[in-house]
Design a binder for this molecule. Structure first.
Ligand SMILES: *Cc1c(COP(=O)(O)O)cnc(C)c1O
Length: 376
């Protein structure tokens, strides 16, 4: 930490050791924002009207939000006490880790994965145990099971994995759960569940009934396009969720968020939602296929994003810089790869042009792409 940023009070040394989050560069030209896995569609039909009609914003919302929780519980065929709301599912991740892991305890997760995961252990004083992905950019569940110790309190599974894209398959998940102590919390982070087309992917709804140590996380931010309103949810054992609520910030889910989420689950909104998801999934698959045809080893893409792994010719920061110079924002993971969100239809040819130009510049061989394996 530089001198200019030295705090005037005593703060935790472990917190100060971590560089502050920095948002990506703002492009100088108009272009597409493909850096945060946002939904390119406007809010679903009925949502804006519903929040415009909510005039009681001088009052705190009723914290229990039973109608929204009941709607979610119905989806999961469970009871309302199995549903916990948060100001984004990232808030629930913090609550769960705070509730389960204290000083010296361990939190196991795959890496690279969701960028918020390392700060979870940090916030609760626990030790992060990142486990490298396989060379197919999937969770290495055997290695993750091997990493479990007496001190492991939380295991985070992200499916499909942000930023790389592959899901965890049902059979691999089952084998993994057999190796996890039944008293150790497993969080299945399914922030991109709605975009999954792989029939063999694990599904939270199915797994919940079998494992009382499992909590499933979903969000309205991505597929439902409510990122700015901050509402997500966890589904699992009521006693686990009650402990999470105990360390949560009271009243952080706003009434507007609740209203928007409920409106998003009305029949007309659901129909539009399904259509939009189908469009985005098709766009994703087309984008991934086109990038593969350029010789890039794009892993299975099951979220609303594609991953270009680092390779001999692709330096992630250099590629992201080329994007920013062309006016489009993508998310680089230094030394690992670049994540590109599936955005507007018009963004797809723009992405392909930028990547093509970058590769042409960085591949000196007279047979472009010859060095790539081209496999998934
Ligand atoms: C975006 C995301 C979330 C949560 O987003 P919220 O906006 O906080 O609901 C959680 N997990 C992963 C992997 C994500 O990418």
């Amino acid at each position: 930490m530089s001198d200019s940023a030295r705090p005037p009070v005593r703060l935790r040394a472990d917190v100060l050791a971590v560089p502050a989050y920095r948002q990506g560069a703002t492009p100088t030209k108009p272009g597409f924002k493909l850096s945060s896995n946002e939904n390119p569609f406007p809010p679903l039909p009925g949502v804006l009207d519903a929040i415009a009609g909510r005039t009681d914003i001088h009052r705190y919302a009723a914290a229990a939000m039973p109608d929204l929780r009941a709607a979610i519980a119905a989806e999961f065929e469970t009871s309302i006490d199995h549903v916990h709301l948060g100001a984004g599912s990232v808030a629930i991740l913090f609550h769960l880790v705070q509730a389960a892991a204290g000083s010296g305890d361990e939190v196991v997760f795959a890496w690279p994965s969701f960028e918020a995961y390392p700060s979870l252990g940090l916030a609760s004083g626990a030790i992060n145990v990142p486990v490298p992905l396989t060379d197919r950019a999937e969770h290495d569940l055997d290695a993750m099971a091997d990493a479990i110790t007496e001190r492991t309190r939380v295991i985070l599974l992200c499916t499909p994995n942000n930023p790389t894209g592959p899901t965890i398959r049902r059979d691999a998940f089952e084998r993994f759960m057999q190796r996890v102590p039944a008293d150790t919390l497993v969080v299945l982070d399914e922030a991109y569940r709605e975009f999954v087309t792989d029939p063999d992917a694990v599904r939270g709804e199915e797994a919940l009934g079998r494992y009382s140590n499992l909590v499933v996380l979903r969000t309205f931010s991505k597929a439902y396009g409510l990122a700015a309103l901050r509402v997500g949810y966890g589904v699992g054992d009521p006693a686990i969720l009650a402990a999470a609520a105990s360390v949560g910030i009271p009243l952080s889910v706003t009434g507007l968020a609740e209203t928007a989420a409920r409106a998003s689950l009305e029949p007309a909104a659901r129909a539009a939602h399904a259509e939009r998801i189908a469009v985005l999934v098709e766009r994703r698959d087309a984008l991934a296929a086109a990038l593969r045809s350029l010789g890039l080893a794009i892993p299975e893409a099951q979220g609303n994003f594609v991953w270009i792994p680092r390779s001999e010719h692709v330096d992630p920061v250099a590629l992201a810089t080329a994007f920013a110079e062309a006016g489009t924002l993508v998310r680089p993971f230094a030394g690992a790869g670049v994540r590109i969100s599936v955005g507007e239809a018009e963004s797809v040819p723009v992405v392909l042009d930028i990547v093509r130009g970058f590769l042409a510049e960085h591949i000196r061989s007279d047979a472009p792409g010859a060095d790539y394996t081209g496999s998934r």
